[in-house]
Design a protein around this ligand. Structure first.
Ligand SMILES: [Zn+2]
Length: 650
């Protein structure tokens, strides 16, 4: 099969075309549902063809809306979304189809997994519940989404409510010029500096604010935001608990794990506790060093939470004397990209050939991927910032590798999008080291999708990969971006072509590891709080008591009573991370462990990299990731590898 051509001829007519496509698909689904055929080939194969058809059609619009946003794309997108959500809920409620899928059997491993996932999807949407419970579930889901919104809104209002005005210039003497320019304002003809709880402003004062009293003030405002949210939390917890019970689970944590790689409540809890225990001794040392430093330079003998960012930054400067501007001239965008493609080519024995195809912007670079001389996929890089592009960086999968119901093979394609600095005719785009890391990270997601070799679409590439392991391949590749031998391949000064010095290369890694144990401990605190909170029903003061209990171990400084961190924990109360925040670290253990297998002193361990490709990248969501991992290495990943990645010895 050829790749799709990237184009939308008629944006205005797009929603109408979508309407026609969805109607046609519903018709096909209806025919499949009503037929007597209960074979995999007669039901689930054609259903996956339809998925690909819809994805191929819709992705150009959703992509365009993110990277070349305009009133036209917005309009087409807004008119399309409700159609899509109606379409998917129609399918989720198609019980006839559900009962039919339950009858399908197959001896093929991939097909079995597809059947299993589909049934699970229906069951978790309530397909097996009696009518009254179905209604109840629907009401709970509606109220849950309202509550998430209220939580965010309360947080936003509280964030916008506060401001801190500083008049004396010496209290802002250490704030970097760009942050200071943002803070500078006039009140009654007088120049003052205004700091708010918006993250950049808040962090600027916490990190560089000279006056301790002001640090305390803004910190207190930040951690005591949105007290109204404590009631919202109670209701959210109650409804999530109820939802889990309706669907036959003991707790929401158990419900959450039903679709994740982690197998049991104990597995997750033990993992988090082990990680916390192992990071603790080093974290104590890191904090001791910081306390000594604050005492030495400012006579502070009672270091508080609101001092940590400020003294950490100063200590970092004293230890490393290092910032982005020193490495930036060595990371020229096109060289970095070439370097990345070379690394991936070597590791996984593929070839990238640049091709001229239809794209949405002239800066986009497209490559076809060849494996042993055979065309295997296509990747688009859209790396530079522009005002029509949404911020951040991401990988967006378009086509998927699979074999359709006619026996035809489809090849995968994906977009890598970043927001790097602009190149012009006379100046190249120069990247911060963080940007280099981002590019490697997104490429990690990219090859997870593009190197997928499954025949069944819904488990091929990144499809069907459990949520707590999707960041595994991305963080795996990211780890390479800190390694000297890797960076040496492309870090050359853009004017002199001088290679980056060993001293700078060392600093890149050392600064990554700076205070890493304290960072891990903090993530463990958030993860344990989130996970334990969903193990049974907690209400009112019990929520705070749970958090206090966890902090006894994870918080090395006393936490003031006014700290109500939970009221701002939007990830779990307004986002999709409930009983899933542990995923970050869970996936990172796999990444770190796999990374150390694939490198050795001389460079890459080719045999292990082959295995990584064969067992992990090629297999997509065809089996549980932990199973695939065991098949690859014959063992489970080690928590120690994660600590080793940050230079922590245990
Ligand atoms: Zn990612």
């Amino acid at each position: 099969m050829q790749f799709q051509e990237f184009k939308i001829d008629n944006l205005e007519g797009f929603p109408k075309e979508l309407e026609r496509l969805l109607a046609k698909q519903l018709d096909s689904i209806d025919k499949i549902t009503k037929s007597d055929d209960i074979s995999y080939a007669g039901v689930l194969k054609p259903l996956q063809d339809l998925d690909e058809e819809l994805e191929n059609f819709f992705t150009p619009l959703s992509h365009l809306n993110s990277v070349e946003n305009s009133e036209e794309t917005q309009k087409a997108y807004e008119l399309s979304l409700p159609q899509l959500s109606k379409f998917s809920s129609t399918i989720a409620q198609n019980e006839e189809l559900f009962h039919k899928i339950k009858k399908i059997t197959s001896t093929d491993l991939e097909a079995k997994k597809v059947i299993e996932n589909d049934i699970r999807g229906f069951v978790l949407a309530g397909a097996e519940l009696p009518l009254e419970h179905k209604k109840e579930l629907e009401e709970i889901d509606m109220r849950l989404s309202e509550l998430s919104n209220i939580f965010s809104q309360n947080l936003l209002d509280a964030t916008n409510e506060f401001e801190m005005i500083i008049e004396d210039k010496k209290d802002v003497a250490e704030i970097p010029a760009s942050d200071l320019a943002q803070a500078k304002t006039e009140i009654d003809g007088k120049t003052v500096y205004k700091f708010t709880l918006q993250i950049p402003s808040y962090l600027a004062y916490m990190t560089y604010g000279t006056n301790r009293k002001y640090r305390q003030e803004i910190s207190k405002a930040y951690v005591s935001r949105a007290p109204k949210n404590s009631d919202v939390i109670d209701e959210l917890l109650k409804l999530k608990y109820k939802k889990a019970q309706l669907l036959g689970f003991d707790s929401f944590a158990e419900y959450s794990l039903a679709t994740k790689d982690a197998n049991s409540i104990d597995d997750v809890t033990n993992f988090l506790e082990e990680l916390g225990d192992k990071a603790l001794p080093k974290a104590k040392e890191e904090l001791e060093e910081l306390k000594e430093f604050a005492l030495r330079i400012d006579g502070i003998d009672d270091l508080h939470g609101y001092d940590v960012a400020y003294y950490s930054e100063k200590l970092k400067k004293e230890k490393f004397d290092f910032d982005d501007s020193m490495t930036k001239p060595y990371f020229e965008q096109s060289k970095v990209l070439r370097g990345l493609l070379d690394v991936v080519s070597e590791l996984f024995d593929v070839e990238f050939r640049e091709v001229e195809v239809k794209v949405w912007n002239k800066k986009v670079k497209t490559f076809d991927i060849y494996r042993v001389g055979e065309l295997a996929g296509r990747i688009y890089f859209d790396l530079e910032a522009r005002k029509e592009k949404r911020g951040g960086a991401w990988m967006h999968d378009w086509e998927t590798h699979f074999v359709d119901s006619k026996g035809e093979q489809h090849l995968p394609s994906a977009f890598i999008v970043c927001n790097f600095s602009l190149s012009t005719d006379d100046t190249p785009s120069l990247l911060r080291h963080d940007d280099v890391v981002t590019l490697f990270h997104e490429m990690g997601h990219g090859i997870h999708h593009l190197f997928g070799k499954c025949n069944e679409r819904s488990i091929s590439g990144i499809n069907g990969v459990a949520w707590d392991v999707v960041e595994f391949p991305s963080q795996f590749l990211e780890a390479f971006a800190y390694e000297k031998p890797i960076l040496k391949r492309f870090a050359f000064h853009y004017e002199t072509n001088e290679p980056m010095s060993d001293e700078l290369l060392d600093k890149i890694k050392d600064t990554k590891n700076y205070q890493a144990s304290l960072g891990i401990l903090r993530q463990v605190e958030f993860s344990l709080f989130d996970f334990n909170l969903h193990k049974k029903l907690y209400q009112g003061d019990e929520v705070q008591e749970l958090l206090d209990g966890i902090r006894k171990k994870t918080s090395l400084l006393p936490v003031p009573k006014y700290n109500k961190f939970q009221n701002g924990f939007a990830h779990i109360f307004a986002g999709g991370y409930s009983a899933g925040y542990y995923s970050y670290k869970w996936a990172e253990v796999l990444s770190a462990d796999a990374f150390f297998e694939c490198i050795d002193e001389n460079g890459f361990n080719q045999e292990k990299a082959d295995g990584y490709q064969k067992y992990i990248l090629n297999r997509g969501g065809s089996e549980e990731m932990s199973e695939l991992y065991k098949k690859w290495l014959g063992r489970e990943p080690k928590v120690e590898s994660l600590l080793k990645l940050y230079g922590i010895e245990v």
